[in-house]
Design a protein around this ligand. Structure first.
Ligand SMILES: [Zn+2]
Length: 367
């Protein structure tokens, strides 16, 4: 019923043949949104459709009938309607530029404006710097709209299933529980290098946590990493642990999950050049992070990324090299300082170092 009244509020008829529009039930008089009540007069018994207001056989208004039906203001507005000589009555929808009704525009107008579903929510999801990009963005979008297929939701339509959390077997599985309340999730958050104690932070919901967590933790901005990117990775890997338990019966291990999160986070920190060497005083190659790549991963293909951060020919430049598997998980990284004449030479040196690094680990690679 609410939808019907919305349609009446946001649409109006353009009169052409007058045969489709009801005088008393439809919106057709310009600037009059409410329907009019039919005067209780026997002469008006047959006045129902707009064409019954015309002089017979024409599209001219019958002034006598108009006087009986409407007050002078409504009558004047009706007389201003210009009626084309062709076509049938046309319903114009005000919520679309083309005037054509659509369910989408009706839906959008019916859903109350929610500050968290506005453009800033979308932009905060789509600007996430994560990998796999689309998968995690869609996943976070589902989390924020509480539409993940979790036990608690499925139980509503399939009461035969067990809605209990697969990770702790204690409470009903929900977005809030799985990512923030579950003992497994709490251990993961706390075991991260930033050591987040969930219960020490005031938040209303998972959405509140995700969108405003950095404001709730005064120390976060000192960590030089986007809260939303970081949280997206954490939540993603908790989800993977849950799915591994559900589909492969692999017992959840918070240390393994933390390690996976850290590998990805370090990789992105490298990418953002936050871990490039700051000391440029030596001409010798200097390893500052990583080491031999961790190749005990069950993936047969690898991606080597390298970059040179050239400043000038009289100061050392930084080279970053990273190894990731096809899941986007960082399995090793190196950062060196080198002396070079220009960006091109620096890039070539970076490529050379990457090849040397691959060669020195080729036995591990081929396994
Ligand atoms: Zn749980």
């Amino acid at each position: 019923m609410k939808g019907l009244s919305f349609i009446k509020d946001h649409g109006a008829w353009e009169i052409r043949n007058g045969a489709e529009v009801n005088v008393w039930k439809d919106s057709w008089i310009p600037e009059i949104k409410t329907t009019l009540s039919k005067p209780d007069l026997i002469q008006l018994n047959d006045i129902n459709m707009v064409n019954s207001l015309f002089n017979i056989g024409t599209k001219d208004w019958n002034h006598d009938i108009l006087d009986l039906c409407f007050d002078s203001a409504a009558k004047n507005r009706i007389l201003q309607i210009r009626i084309p000589s062709y076509d049938v009555d046309n319903f114009k929808w005000s919520l679309n530029k083309n005037g054509i009704f659509s369910v989408k525009s009706l839906y959008n107008s019916l859903i109350p404006a929610d500050p968290n579903t506005n453009i800033s929510l979308w932009s905060s999801i789509w600007s996430l710097n994560v990998y796999p990009k689309i998968k995690i963005k869609i996943f976070i979008w589902k989390c924020l709209h509480d539409i993940l297929p979790l036990g608690g939701r499925i139980f509503v339509v399939l009461p035969s299933i067990d809605p209990t959390c697969y990770l702790c077997k204690e409470k009903v599985e929900s977005v809030y529980h799985l990512f923030l309340e579950c003992n497994f999730a709490r251990v993961v958050w706390f075991s991260l290098p930033c050591g987040i104690l969930i219960h020490s932070i005031p938040f209303q919901s998972f959405r509140d946590w995700f969108l405003n967590g950095d404001n709730m933790m005064s120390q976060w901005n000192e960590l030089h990493f986007s809260w939303k990117d970081y949280s997206a990775f954490v939540v993603w890997f908790i989800w993977k642990a849950r799915c591994e338990k559900l589909f492969e019966n692999i017992d959840p291990d918070p240390i393994r999950t933390v390690s996976q999160i850290q590998q990805v986070v370090l990789f992105y920190q490298d990418k953002q050049e936050h871990s490039m060497p700051t000391s440029r005083t030596s001409n010798t190659h200097h390893q500052v992070s990583g080491g031999s790549p961790n190749l005990n991963m069950d993936h047969s293909r690898w991606i080597i990324s390298f970059k040179c951060d050239f400043k000038s020919h009289d100061t050392n430049s930084g080279i970053g090299i990273s190894l990731t598997n096809m899941a986007g998980i960082c399995c090793g990284s190196r950062a060196l300082s080198v002396s070079c004449m220009n960006q091109e030479q620096g890039s070539l040196l970076a490529a050379l170092e990457a090849v040397k690094w691959c060669k020195s680990n080729k036995n591990s690679f081929s396994e």
